[in-house]
Design a protein around this ligand. Structure first.
Ligand code: PL3
Ligand code: FE2
Ligand code: FE2
Length: 215
């Protein structure tokens, strides 16, 4: 069990101002992505709108976590750090690459969120822990939606899916690198988070049907 940080300390609050902002802006970005996906995939429109609304509630929940600790989130920094992922989504959208849009949000960003919240949960403050646990269940559902959609179109999505991952996985990992010291300050081991992401991503690829099959 990781040792609990001092949630009231200045150093915890300082690190949390950046982590909390990243999560708030990341959730708001996910909300926007699901609404765009709802427009791109009219047959799933209602479900995708529902998933987007969940993301809006996640953002609000994490705003409350920062407020509870008296921390002001550094939203400008978070927007800068998330810009590459946002730009990638916008580029896929304008190229009509629906598979790229869906892979980026429902596979990469959701795996990233699941890994981050799994690592945060055991070291979260008592106010944030139940909020994070509830969000984590929702993220599993979002990942499941993406897995199912991609699994049903396995051969057709292979090439755009690979192209999307090749760009997005390094972008997500460099984001973690930028926050390495802040993660340590809130008692998350950056390497553990990367390992968790890899596990989650591999499980998702297996669920879609790319790996784990006998040759
Ligand atoms: C998908 O629903 C939302 C995507 C949000 C992206 C979050 C990434 C967070 C990375 C590092 C933060 C770990 C600690 C979490 C603390 C609340
Ligand atoms: Fe979310
Ligand atoms: Fe999500």
């Amino acid at each position: 069990m990781a040792s609990r940080p001092d949630y009231g300390s200045a150093s915890y609050g300082d690190a949390f101002s950046r982590i909390n902002a990243l999560v708030i802006v990341g959730e708001a970005m996910a909300d926007r992505h699901f609404r765009r996906l709802a427009a791109l995939l009219p047959q799933d429109r209602e479900e995708l709108r529902r998933l987007g609304a969940m993301e809006g509630r996640h953002a609000a929940g994490f705003v409350g976590c920062g407020r509870h600790l008296g921390v002001t989130p550094d939203l400008a920094l978070a927007r800068r750090l998330l810009a590459p992922l946002q730009q990638q989504f916008d580029a896929c959208e304008s190229e009509g690459d629906v598979v790229g849009c869906l892979t980026l949000q429902c596979l990469i960003i959701e795996c990233f969120a699941v890994a981050a919240y799994r690592c945060y949960l055991p070291v979260a403050d008592p106010y944030a822990a139940p909020i994070t646990a509830a969000v984590l269940q929702d993220e599993d559902e979002h990942l499941g939606y993406g897995e199912q959609w991609l699994r049903q179109r396995l051969e057709a999505v292979r090439e755009p899916l690979e192209r999307c991952c090749r760009q997005a996985v390094p972008a997500a990992l460099s984001l973690l690198q930028a926050l390495q010291a802040d993660l340590e300050a809130i008692a998350i081991a950056p390497l553990e988070l990367i390992a968790e992401f890899v596990v989650c991503f591999q499980e998702a690829l297996e669920a879609i049907g790319y790996m784990g099959l006998p040759e």
